[in-house]
Design a binder for this molecule. Structure first.
Ligand code: DEZ
Ligand code: MG
Length: 304
């Protein structure tokens, strides 16, 4: 069935809102582009909450922890509770500490990523190295090559390499990641989005940042962010979701919309402010087709 267009259609928006109690809302490309909030977003979230709807922010962006996202949301006047934020950094930390359960002496994580991952691993008492450690912000030396090849530079307790969006990746850091994988560490990713919407344009996403490691190791990481259904199960458990009364709202087909479709949610809404346009789901072999679409999330305000 062709997706229902909601923009400027009060009746369509009213029946859309009546169908759902919980909205899982993506962030980059839906609420904002970098620090630029799209027009009418704070008012739209406030309207949904005023109508008794639950709004849960589900982002693949692992550079911030839930706490850091709460600060960003409140700085941008978007109403939110700390409880209603579910990021891929949190999803990954929970997977490592509560599901993977690494053996003692092999329970450390080497991070190719930012502060968000470090904070969420700390919250789960999972030891970690790499990440924002300033010792990695330099050129590789011959001593590094030697120490990585003979293992003298490697921490024997590392059992996982966790990769995400990293604004500071370089040859030295990726080389460490490669040599931990060569010694049997598990390869996990918070997400593998190829691009990042920022300042109304697109930049390298997590998937593009970790591509050198995937290429050199010949391994594909286990993804823990959208569209992974491990994340959907975690979201369902945490928020006691009735999947039929839940709608996923996103800008990207191969993460957000696929997440909702594979998760058999009651509906998915594709907004055209971010990564994918209409043509992406109109084509024959579209990876996922939304049940609703709108030019922007704030088009829901017609129901105010
Ligand atoms: O590269 C990335 O990590 C993604 O572009 C970014 O995380 C997407 O975030 P989301 O749209 O899921 O909020
Ligand atoms: Mg997005």
């Amino acid at each position: 069935m062709a997706p229902t267009y909601l923009s400027n259609d009060r009746a369509a928006v009213d029946s859309f809102l009546d169908k759902f109690d919980v909205f899982l809302i993506d962030c980059d490309g839906v609420l904002w582009s970098g620090d630029h909030v799209y027009d009418g977003i704070p008012e739209t979230i406030a309207m949904l909450r005023a109508k008794g709807k639950r709004t849960v922010f589900v982002t693949n962006n692992s550079t911030k922890s839930r706490e850091e996202y709460l600060k960003k949301l409140s700085k941008l006047n978007i109403p939110a509770d700390a409880e209603d934020i579910f990021g891929s950094a949190y999803s990954s930390a929970v997977y490592i500490s509560r599901i993977l359960k690494l053996p003692q002496g092999k329970n450390k994580v080497f991070i190719l990523g930012e502060k968000g991952i470090e904070s969420e691993l700390d919250a789960e008492n999972v030891p970690h190295i790499g990440g924002t450690d300033p010792n990695f912000k330099r050129d590789i030396t011959d001593a590094d090559f030697k120490g990585l090849a003979d293992g003298s530079l490697l921490d024997p307790e590392v059992g996982v390499v966790l990769a995400g969006l990293d604004y500071h990746f370089n040859y030295l850091k990726v080389a460490h990641g490669l040599h931990y994988l060569k010694r049997g560490a598990k390869f996990l990713a918070t997400n593998t989005d190829s691009t990042l919407p920022m300042h109304h344009d697109f930049f390298l996403g997590a998937g593009s940042v970790m591509a050198p490691l995937v290429n050199a190791s010949g391994q594909k990481p286990l993804e823990l962010g959208k569209p992974s259904q491990a994340m959907m199960d975690a979201v369902e458990g945490k928020f006691q979701l009735n999947r039929q009364r839940t709608c996923m709202i996103g800008d990207r087909l191969n993460t957000d919309i696929k997440f909702g479709v594979d998760g058999k949610l009651g509906g998915t809404l594709h907004v055209l402010t971010g990564v994918d346009n209409k043509a992406a789901w109109e084509k024959e072999d579209a990876i996922a087709v939304p049940s609703f679409y709108a030019d922007t999330l704030s088009d829901l305000r017609i129901a105010e």
